[in-house]
Design a protein around this ligand. Structure first.
Ligand SMILES: [Zn+2]
Length: 275
């Protein structure tokens, strides 16, 4: 069984066929999906949890888990009410992670100090609820600015909690991977690791120990190379697992077993966690 550690199942792009899409995932051997609760902003933070509750227990579906969080560019909306809502969501048993949160200096949007403030506020809430965090970190092209600020914040506000997290859709270099591993984080690779031009990222993925790796789709975005330009969906996480298996010289089954074990360990879930 494979786990898609990061998908946006609340995307309106699934409104026409969400149930069929989830069945395709189960048919492809996907046993669980972590659906990300950021919506288009805090007003939609609960949508992922609602999707979990709608589909969990139905036969022929992957087991669904949810996260909740305020995306870096929505940080200006992280007011007291939004943070209280986040805290309430993290108290729900299905909501196993806080995210995706972090810093995005690549796209124009929320000013950097506002992003940092929003991140720190959410770290405190996640720590209070003992929920691991899902980090989105994207520096400007050719820079490490967002990573440098991120590590500084994590070292000051997170490492002391003893909790861990995931570097989602990892796109850094080995230095950033090594620092993430030092913090006890798992590194999650998405479909972009399959792109022909992504050799530097594959070089990093090859060096990350198997017991620290997750695979994800970031669906509906970032379809793997063979399906590039199409809407992505959890069934396609198999392609990322295939690439990791080639890089590590292990079978896809071994990659599936390791990434499932890593996911279950991080979130304290039973290993046979499929529906
Ligand atoms: Zn995402």
């Amino acid at each position: 069984m494979l786990i898609d550690s990061h998908a946006h199942l609340d995307s309106p792009r699934y409104d026409e066929d969400r149930e069929e899409m989830l069945r395709r995932a189960a048919d492809a051997g996907i046993g669980a999906v972590l659906t990300i609760g950021i919506g288009e902003g805090p007003a939609e933070m609960q949508n992922a949890l609602e999707i979990c509750r709608r589909f969990n227990g139905k036969p022929g579906m992957p087991k669904l888990y949810a996260s909740a969080g305020i995306y870096p560019h929505n940080a200006p909306e992280a007011d007291e009410a939004a943070l209280a809502k986040l805290d309430g969501l993290l108290a729900q048993p299905e909501v196993i992670a806080c995210g995706e949160i972090g810093l995005d200096y690549y796209h124009e949007g929320a000013p950097h100090p506002v992003q940092k403030e929003g991140l720190i506020a959410q770290l405190l809430i996640a720590a209070g609820r003992k929920r691991p965090i899902l980090i989105h970190c994207r520096p400007k092209d050719g820079a490490t600015d967002a990573w440098d600020d991120l590590f500084e914040i994590l070292e000051e506000h997170w490492t002391g909690t003893g909790l861990r997290g995931v570097m989602h859709c990892f796109g850094g270099g080995w230095e950033q991977a090594r620092r993430s591993l030092d913090l006890g984080f798992l590194i999650s690779f998405a479909g972009n690791v399959t792109y022909p031009k992504a050799q530097p990222l594959r070089d990093v993925a090859e060096r990350v120990p198997l017991d620290c790796i997750l695979v994800e789709t970031d669906a509906p975005w970032l379809a793997p190379n063979a399906l590039r330009g199409k809407r992505n969906e959890p069934a396609y996480v198999t392609q990322t697992a295939q690439t990791i298996s080639e890089l590590h010289g292990r079978s896809v089954e071994e990659i599936a077993a390791a990434t499932t074990r890593n996911f279950a360990g991080l979130f304290n879930l039973p290993l046979g966690m499929g529906n």
